[in-house]
Design a protein around this ligand. Structure first.
Ligand code: MG
Ligand code: MG
Ligand code: MG
Length: 320
């Protein structure tokens, strides 16, 4: 099978009957379904040995399993954050075998528990199976009022805003793959991303309609907004926030490339009219560009390639 993740999702979802009673089905950060009070947000995400992590990384990072447990929760909370919602309940499926120590699995669960407490949700059930590759899958239910942010909400005239810094996680992954950790901050940005929950909720309260999170790469996820909203996005490359750690680690040129195409940042992208700029800056967002009529994603006037982090196409840990 050589399809990319998005092509595969399109092909498989075409086989399912459309559900008319939902607000948002397959194709955004979460599904949105009605409930008696507001809306429920549904999402799931898996971390799979050899695609997302290698068991031997525990030799490189002392708290590896703890951080991986936190990451499992954070990546799904990030999807809920991108809609402007709050996480409520979760279920876990774990696939394990004798290669995994019980102590490591317990440490992983301590990581899960610390993230559940941090974001204010609970884990209320799940399933355990035997599997050749170790994997963890979290299904998450969140809640939001009747308004929420979607990928198709960008309008010409909007500015594009982001949280945090970009490219750090890619540089952290690179160190793990090389088997040598030289900057623990960058490795932690990869293994322990923090979902931008408060920022997402603040954006929604400020009236923002368009949001997504950056799991596959800044440019790739800007394309998901541009495509769904039928607009063109122009970004100013110099304004993309970079950490000093990243620049010191690999120099400005590589830092920019990791920031644009690296993936797993779990920062938010939103678009909003310019008059909201000061309120959004206050909430932790920085402008990096604007939305105009047209198609595609441009950086300093040039069309940017739609490449990103795609586990199915082998963009995962094997080929980096
Ligand atoms: Mg997402
Ligand atoms: Mg998800
Ligand atoms: Mg996923």
């Amino acid at each position: 099978m050589s399809l990319g993740e998005f092509e595969l999702i399109n092909r498989l979802s075409a086989l399912l009957k459309k559900t008319s009673s939902v607000d948002l089905s397959i194709g955004d950060d979460t599904a949105v379904v009605p409930s008696t009070s507001g809306k429920l947000l549904l999402t799931c995400d898996a971390l799979v040995e050899d695609s997302h992590f290698l068991l031997e990384w525990k030799e490189l990072v002392r708290d590896f399993f703890f951080l991986l447990g936190r990451k499992l929760v954070s990546v799904s909370v990030s999807d809920v954050a991108s809609m402007g919602g709050a996480p409520l309940y979760s279920l876990i499926t774990i696939g394990v075998n004798e290669t995994l120590d019980l102590g490591d699995l317990e440490f992983f669960y301590r990581g899960i528990e610390s993230a559940l407490e941090f974001y204010g949700l609970s884990l209320v059930g799940g399933d355990t199976v035997r599997s050749k590759n170790v994997f963890f899958d979290l299904f998450l239910v969140g809640g939001v009022s009747n308004r929420f942010m979607t990928r198709d909400g960008a309008r010409p005239g909007d500015l594009v805003f982001v949280t945090g810094t970009f490219g750090d996680a890619r540089a952290g992954l690179e160190q793990l793959l090389k088997g040598r950790v030289v900057d623990t901050y960058l490795v932690e940005r990869f293994l322990n991303p923090q979902a931008r929950l408060e920022e997402g909720q603040a954006a929604l309260s400020a009236g923002v309609r368009c949001g997504t999170d950056v799991s596959d790469g800044l440019v790739f996820n800007l394309y998901t907004v541009a495509d769904s909203s039928n607009v063109k996005i122009e970004i100013d490359i110099q304004s993309i926030p970079l950490s000093q750690n990243l620049i010191s680690y690999c120099g400005i040129e590589k830092a920019l490339s990791y920031a644009l195409f690296g993936g797993e940042d779990y920062e938010l992208i939103i678009t909003a009219p310019p008059e909201k700029e000061s309120e959004l800056r206050e909430a932790g967002f920085k402008p990096i560009g604007k939305v105009v009529k047209g198609r595609g994603v441009y950086g300093d006037g040039e069309l940017l390639p739609r490449s990103g982090y795609d586990h199915l196409k082998g963009g995962g840990v094997d080929t980096y």
